[in-house]
Design a binder for this molecule. Structure first.
Ligand code: BTN
Length: 251
């Protein structure tokens, strides 16, 4: 049902569809260890039964309604110290896709895609490191497309936001083109452009909000991310720096 994209150079040229699997990230990781698997291979399913999310969470998705895929990348040009740019390029590509269809799209640090204050897409990036380089990356994407009901009120889908129903195969083609365009920007070393674009659409940037860290609630303003991708929040104590698991957004 999913076609090899005609308009990309390498991304998705090898497309593996499985009707059902536990996790496309797990399957993609296994396949990526085989020499015959090329850079840019996409693994996609209609029914993911044990989806994995960030911070050890699960990812649930209704069969046949959404895009559930993993992209195998070999970003050997990328230094380990710059690996946060994988979050940046991927979330920007999905931002690019969604903002062509609806308004009020933001990236919530580090890489959730929000529309109208609700989560529409989650990304799970799993890297393998060799020496100082990133040798293998599995980029997992769960994009809520036509699903109408969610157990969490904080989740949404493209269909709920726009009132339209989408053809998953066409949307995948568009997604892969955006992913390739942003990935090639990264490969070309356009770090400053990528970072500026990311900050421009960062959720809650420069607005006063309440956060929580170590059971302490505090007010602050997100001012950006540092060179390691850590979140910078300006608080009464000055600028505080947070790793992914160290801070949550309250309101
Ligand atoms: C998150 O927001 O917690 C990340 C969710 C990532 C879900 C996707 S769905 C495709 C791929 N396979 C997985 O098991 N997880 C990712």
């Amino acid at each position: 049902m999913y076609k090899i994209p005609a308009n990309t150079l390498f991304l998705g040229k090898q497309l593996i569809f499985v009707p059902e699997c536990h996790s496309t990230n797990t399957l993609a990781l296994e396949l990526s260890q085989k020499p015959s698997t090329s850079d840019g291979t996409v693994v996609i399913t209609d029914n993911q039964t044990a989806g994995r999310g960030q911070r050890g969470n699960t990812w649930q998705t209704e069969p046949g309604k959404n895009l559930t895929l993993s992209v195998i990348l070999k970003p050997t040009f990328l230094q380990v110290k710059d690996q946060f740019f994988l979050n940046i390029f991927a979330s920007l590509a999905i931002y690019d896709l969604l903002q062509s269809k609806t308004d009020r799209v933001n990236i919530k640090w580090p890489n959730d895609i929000y529309v109208n204050g609700k989560k529409l897409c989650g990304i799970l990036i799993e890297n393998q490191i060799r020496g100082l380089q990133v040798s293998n990356t599995i980029l997992g994407i769960g994009l809520n497309v036509n699903q109408q009901n969610f157990s969490k009120s904080s989740a949404t889908s493209l269909s709920l936001e726009t009132g339209e129903n989408y053809d998953l195969a066409s949307l995948l083609q568009e997604l892969l083109s955006h992913l390739e365009a942003r990935y090639l920007q990264l490969k070309a070393g356009a770090y400053q452009i990528l970072k500026d674009d990311y900050l421009n659409v960062l959720y809650w940037l420069n607005k006063l909000h309440v956060f929580e860290s170590n059971e302490r609630q505090f007010e602050g303003k997100i001012t950006g991310v540092d060179e390691f991708g850590r979140l910078l929040i300006e608080t009464l104590n000055g600028t505080e720096v947070f790793e992914v698991k160290q801070v949550s957004y309250v309101n």
